[in-house]
Design a protein around this ligand. Structure first.
Ligand code: PRP
Length: 183
């Protein structure tokens, strides 16, 4: 692969059968589900959020973190006066909604695109649902993780139909990837 592709988003490799496509993590499943790309690398966070119908043939062994519910203070659950509905700020509205719905806790979901940890400080939300790795961002903003919704990691995703059509090719590629992942 060209080490300096500049602003090119479709990058040829030394193997004429393989080109690399650079897209945002949340868009990987869109390209793969539609068949625009055969294979993709993305995180299980954005993958579960998208609910895309793709295969996940390989865990890639990096990008580990957790999707958690967090809030400030010492009480895990806010004591809301007068039956007020708690608000949850998150980049993962579907996963957050499902988590609270399964627990029978009615919430209002507020979708944001980043810097989620600031939401409780400014009264935008009572809770956040966001990724935690080292926990530094939560700590720096006075938040405490209360529940884990999902263990997150990078995975290889494959288009269902293309995987069948190109099974041998995909298996060969996966063997090569597995070697790198296990090293
Ligand atoms: C991610 C995530 C948390 C932070 C967690 O944010 O959303 O904010 O990393 O990492 P930590 O536990 O090691 O502190 P990112 O840097 O991707 O930026 P974003 O807030 O704009 O999404």
């Amino acid at each position: 692969i060209d080490p300096d592709p500049g602003r090119r988003l479709l990058i040829p490799s030394s193997d004429p059968g393989i080109e690399f496509l650079v897209v945002k993590p949340a868009d990987v499943a869109v390209y793969v589900e539609s068949g625009a790309a055969d294979l993709g690398v993305t995180g299980t966070d954005v993958l579960r959020e998208s609910d895309a119908d793709v295969l996940e043939p390989l865990e890639l062994g990096f990008g580990f973190c957790r999707l958690v519910v967090a809030n400030p203070g010492t009480a895990p659950w806010p004591d809301l006066p007068g039956g007020k509905t708690a608000r949850v700020a998150t980049k993962y509205p579907r996963l957050a909604w499902r988590h609270f719905a399964e627990a029978g806790r009615p919430v209002e979901i507020i979708a944001v695109n980043g810097s989620v940890e600031v939401a409780p400080l400014l009264g935008l939300a009572h809770w956040i649902v966001d990724l935690v790795d080292t926990g530094n961002t939560l700590r720096a903003n006075g938040l405490e993780a209360r529940e884990t919704i999902l263990q997150v990691g990078a995975v290889l995703v494959a288009n269902r139909a293309i995987q069948k059509l190109k099974l041998e090719e995909h298996l060969r590629l996966m063997r090569r990837l597995e070697k790198v992942v296990k090293e």
